[in-house]
Design a protein. Structure first.
Length: 391
């Protein structure tokens, strides 16, 4: 079936209000997600919060099935967490580290993750090491292979860095991790919903993701995948009566599935909305929408590159829907502000978000324009024409 851009835009109310190129921040929700989320909140108001959860139990449980279908895992390997950062934290902080243990990551690692690495390293004596990039700006698989030894306790990388179009070779990293028997944590915050994700093909043991970005779900939603074979080796950083059962005065039993990383109180409306968002993504077809996103981003880069003073900064063999650029003589924040005055949404990527990467490239700030499948070629033309008028 051909992609029905007209129907998708009709089902996206925000398309009538803004030109939205900030999908790497938060995408515009489709009407079915909006209806499901608001409808659940209305039900809570009408019959009570606990009662609404009971009445909608099947739909809440369906979200686990939808996520499992999306990333090709079992439903008992999925935990729903309030955001991608907390999902990543629950995974990372459950791994015990000792002095001399090595944590391997990438040059383009996200700040929140790297701060966690540093905190654990300072507390435990573990060591954080960023693997150098290859000639294309992505993590070097050859360098990764060369530094593997018995002290490596974790490989953790960001699949799609926040500050550029790069898609790291996650499956190649997975092959190295599996061959060495090293746990592999993938931050898929920007990739889930944007491209097909298969955890078996990638070979990751842990994966964190959000609802608000390319999945087009509500804010305050996310999930964690934990490979079943790793579950019993992980000690969640905190537990409650949902994650564990208090069975005697001095004894508790932790859940046997990934929900040991959840807490009892949660955003039920968000869970409902997330499930609908995943269903919506699956209905569109990830192969189809991924192809469209890449084509739109390529068109945007091609249109931006010849503009006077504009430098496109994206790297990588495979490039995604995130397009980053700078304009000589104009601060990225000023460009973002002027675009906003024209009802055009973009964002900026700052040095502190990917410090190692930005320092290595001599950058302090970039404009980030991130497209989604509901965007159009006409919007790309309007974006570039508006930008050109500023130069």
């Amino acid at each position: 079936m051909p992609f029905d851009i007209q129907r998708v835009r009709q089902e996206t109310p925000g398309c009538h209000n803004v030109l939205h190129f900030n999908n790497a921040g938060a995408s515009l929700m489709p009407q079915p997600v909006l209806d499901a989320t608001i409808g659940y909140i209305q039900l809570e108001a009408q019959i009570g919060g606990y009662e609404a959860a009971g009445q909608m139990r099947d739909k809440l449980e369906h979200t686990y099935d939808a996520i499992a279908t999306l990333i090709h895992c079992s439903r008992d390997e999925v935990a729903m967490i309030e955001n991608a950062t907390r999902a990543w934290d629950m995974a990372f902080y459950s791994i015990p580290f000792s002095p001399g243990d090595r944590i391997l990551t990438s040059m383009a690692e996200y700040a929140s993750n790297y701060i966690a690495f540093l905190q654990v390293a300072q507390k435990t004596g573990a060591v954080v090491e960023a693997i150098p990039n290859d000639q294309y700006g992505q993590i070097s698989i050859e360098q990764l292979r060369q530094v593997i030894d018995e002290r490596v306790k974790l490989i953790a990388i960001t699949h799609v860095p926040t500050g550029g179009g790069l898609v790291n070779p996650a499956a190649e990293v997975g092959k190295v991790a599996r061959a060495a028997g090293i746990p592999y944590l993938l931050d898929a915050c920007q990739s889930v919903g944007q491209m097909p994700i298969d955890v078996e093909q990638i070979g990751c043991d842990l994966l964190s993701a959000t609802g608000r970005k390319y999945l087009r779900g509500p804010r305050g939603t996310g999930f964690l995948y934990v490979r079943r074979s790793l579950l019993e080796r992980l000690d969640p950083p905190f537990l409650d009566l949902h994650a564990a059962e208090w069975v005697a005065r001095d004894h508790y039993v932790v859940r046997s599935d990934a929900r040991r990383f959840e807490t009892w109180e949660t955003n039920y409306a968000g869970k409902i909305g997330l499930g609908v968002a995943v269903d919506y993504a699956l209905q569109q077809g990830l192969d189809v929408t991924w192809r469209r996103i890449k084509n739109l981003a390529y068109t945007l880069r091609t249109r931006l590159s010849p503009l006077p003073g504009v430098i496109v900064h994206d790297r990588g063999v495979t490039q995604c829907g995130i397009v980053t650029f700078s304009v000589e003589g104009i601060e990225p924040a000023e460009i973002k502000r002027k675009l906003s005055e024209q009802a055009i949404n973009a964002w900026t990527s700052e040095r502190g978000s990917t410090l190692l990467d930005m320092e290595a490239r001599g950058l302090t700030s970039l404009v980030r324009a991130s497209v989604h499948y509901y965007n159009t070629e006409d919007e790309i033309e309007r974006f570039c024409t508006t930008l050109e008028a500023m130069i």
